[in-house]
Ligand binder design. Structure first.
Ligand SMILES: *Cc1c(COP(=O)(O)O)cnc(C)c1O
Length: 414
């Protein structure tokens, strides 16, 4: 059996999990680990949340699934409405996809079909920045960082897009004029072939766990407006509060034309994603040659996933998440402070419920992972990065254990 990005046979055995509750995973040997990853950033309310469990059970009593072609159902209708209310202004149309990568494929198709419908057949590329991550399907891969995304392995097969430099580091950095000018020049030079821009706003996730200024996102908005390109914001990692705002685009006061959400949408219960767009984008695409958006996953708008998502949004609606995020941010900053003086640590950075220890050199990942597990915490370091994205319900003592485990991982030597 393959595991993510794995070889067969696997280099190291995976840890068997038998159950989970709150912020803890229970292993087959009885050990309990605090989940510092929130199951790849999804389980924001923790495991076995009573309201999410109840929503799933209630929906199971009605139907687990029904096809979305020609049929519709209340969980999808209500979820689409709720997402539009919550999303940045202007996003009023929703396509439900079955994973984040698929929502990115749909976003790319929206850009291409939009330009096609307006008679600009030659606008078939996207502009993006280096250091990004947008998923593993072929279309999404083509807009990931060409180096960390292993484009060389798939040379000649992936769509060719246009890459600008990575936005300069630092949430508080302000707009770097040199970077902004480079992006503007690139867009100007290639505008005739560009359908849109795709960007992870403020936080680059799996591409390197970096933060950039919201002003960079605002700059991309103005570049898109100037050259009649669509702005796609990939909020799959940042959506639903992770960066301290409900959507990271809010830090920049920017509304995209298209937005992808996924990961935490269901509170981590199952797979569901959505691509939101403006009424204008939907109207233009629908008036085009295809007569509609050319996508339709088998499990589109799965009712069980929609019902659990609604329950997750209900939990977020009371606003408690903002206090939780502020608390986690403070605890991560304080708890990771000692990491700054450790040998081999290049930088420590925190934004919202994201804590990162970046090392000078690539880690011995299995030694770092074992050190965290020995300290009672599940982490999945990669390359030269040890990071945590815990569930929002992680309490003070558990956050102290979490940061101590990150420091143990950063100190681990093979
Ligand atoms: C995880 C992620 C994706 C891909 O989502 P999947 O559900 O794994 O397909 C896309 N974009 C970003 C920013 C992500 O973090």
């Amino acid at each position: 059996m393959w595991h993510p990005y794995g070889a067969l046979p696997a280099a190291a055995p995976s840890l068997p999990v038998v159950s989970a509750e709150g912020v803890r995973l229970r292993l087959a040997d009885g050990r309990e680990l605090i989940d510092g990853m929130a199951s790849w950033w999804c389980a924001i309310h923790g495991y076995r949340h009573p309201a999410l469990d109840a929503a799933a059970r209630k929906q199971l009593g009605r139907m687990a699934h029904v096809m979305f072609g020609g049929l519709t159902h209340e969980p999808a209708i209500r979820l689409a409405e709720r997402l539009c209310e919550l999303a940045p202004a202007g996003l009023e149309r929703v396509f439900f996809a079955d994973s984040g990568s698929v929502s990115v494929e749909v976003a790319i198709k929206l850009c291409l079909q939009y330009q096609h419908a307006r008679g600009r057949m030659e606008r078939t590329r996207l502009l993006t920045v280096r250091g990004g991550y947008h998923g593993d399907t072929a279309g999404a891969m083509a807009v990931c960082d060409p180096v960390s995304g292993m484009h060389s392995l798939f040379a000649g097969v992936l769509a060719q897009h246009v890459f600008a430099e990575r936005p300069p580091d630092g949430f508080d950095a302000g707009l770097d004029e040199r970077w902004a000018a480079e992006v503007s020049e690139l867009a100007q030079a290639r505008a005739g072939e560009l359908a849109g821009v795709i960007l992870e706003p403020v936080v680059q996730g799996a591409g390197g766990m970096r933060f950039h200024s919201p002003a960079c996102v605002a700059h991309m908005r103005s570049v898109c407006d100037e050259h009649e390109m669509l702005l796609v914001l990939d909020e799959i990692a940042t959506g639903f509060g992770r960066s301290g705002a409900m959507f990271a685009a809010e830090h920049a006061g920017v509304s995209p034309d298209v937005m992808c959400v996924g990961k935490a949408l269901t509170g981590g219960y199952m797979t569901l994603a959505a691509t939101l767009c403006t009424a204008e984008v939907a109207e233009v695409v629908s008036s085009g040659e295809g007569g509609g958006l050319m996508h339709g996953p088998t499990f589109m708008a799965n009712p069980l996933a929609c019902a659990v998502s609604l329950a997750s949004l209900d939990i977020l609606a009371d606003g408690e998440w903002e206090r939780q995020l502020a608390h986690i941010e403070t605890e991560l900053r304080d708890g990771l402070e000692p990491a700054r003086s450790l040998d081999g640590v290049r930088e420590v950075r925190v934004l919202g419920a994201i804590g990162v220890v970046e090392m000078e050199q690539d880690l011995d990942v299995s030694a770092a992972t074992s050190a965290a597990v020995d300290a009672g915490v599940w982490l999945r370091p990669f390359r030269n990065l040890i990071y945590a994205m815990p569930p929002y319900v992680t309490g003070g003592e558990d956050l102290a254990l979490l940061t101590a485990a990150m420091i143990a991982a950063a100190s681990a030597r093979s």
